[in-house]
Ligand binder design. Structure first.
Ligand SMILES: C[S@@+](CC[C@H](N)C(=O)[O-])C[C@H]1O[C@@H](n2cnc3c(N)ncnc32)[C@H](O)[C@@H]1O
Length: 252
């Protein structure tokens, strides 16, 4: 069975236990498709107070995560000799997206490779961690979080759902937003009418060919309206281009 393995360096391990203990990711762990090993730098301190942060050299507000406990934690993780990509979560990194999730998932699909994710806190981590231990830096968006834990969970979650067997219905991956480079089509379920709002007739018709055509068209319409930038890079067919031309000329 192919899966994905992660090692996390965090001073808040419970955040991971809480999220990974629920729903689909919990089932993936039970099935052996996902393995997440969490290490707390506090367990690698040598002083009575288990200190993981200190004042910044040069002054200024906030605290900085010390290098020694992180260095020891990372070296302990790496002592098994398994090949790993070490990633620092930081708002200064390359912005994460579905393409990156797919690339990392491909990296992890080779047997025994793992991803090591380092979560910062406070004002960040001593720069020498970045210089000596890190292969890549990833940001999950242009905003600042209080810690790297949510960012690490975003990465784990987005990669886990690409592992065959994690989602019940593999088809759902193929059709959703970004997989084909465009946004997903609108979804409906029962009832067929709610407070005057009707489900489009074609979805109730039972005609699978027409349903597929409608979905593709709506996905393109939505992408054109909300994220036209995606269409430039998307894998489009001649039929898709004809739909785009028609939708654009209807707009005029
Ligand atoms: C308060 S932030 C520190 C921000 C740092 N002073 C800076 O401006 O780059 C604390 C930690 O949260 C994490 N973090 C914050 N925003 C993030 C983002 N957009 N993507 C990934 N990690 C983030 C990083 O691990 C960071 O070390």
């Amino acid at each position: 069975m192919m899966g994905a393995g992660f090692d996390i360096i965090t001073i808040f391990p419970e955040i991971f236990h809480a999220y990974l203990g629920e729903s689909i990711l919990n089932r993936a762990i039970q099935k052996g498709l996902l393995d997440v090993n969490v290490r707390n730098p506090r367990d690698f301190t040598t002083d009575k107070h288990r200190t993981v942060d200190d004042y910044p050299y040069g002054g200024g507000s906030g605290m900085v995560m010390k290098i020694e406990p992180i260095h020891r934690a990372v070296n302990t993780v790496k002592s098994d000799g398994i090949e790993r990509l070490t990633v620092l979560l930081t708002p200064q990194g390359v912005t994460y997206n579905q393409e990156k999730a797919e690339a990392l998932s491909a990296y992890l699909s080779a047997e025994k490779r793992r991803l090591l994710l380092i979560c910062g806190r406070y004002e960040g981590i001593d720069e020498r961690v970045r210089d000596s231990l890190v292969d890549e830096e990833i940001s999950i968006g242009d905003y600042v979080l209080t810690g790297g834990e949510l960012a690490a969970l975003v990465i784990i979650d987005s990669i886990a759902r690409l592992i065959p067997g994690v989602l019940g219905d593999e088809e759902s991956i193929k059709e959703e937003s970004f997989t084909w480079g465009i946004l997903d089509y609108p979804h409906y379920t029962r009832p067929p009418e709610f407070k005057g709002m009707k489900v489009p007739d074609v979805l109730l018709s039972g005609n699978h060919g027409e349903v597929s055509k409608w979905r593709r068209r709506e996905a393109i319409r939505r992408t054109l309206k909300r994220r036209p930038d995606l269409l430039k890079k998307a894998k489009l067919t001649e039929e898709d281009n004809a739909i785009i031309n028609e939708l654009c000329s209807n707009e005029k």
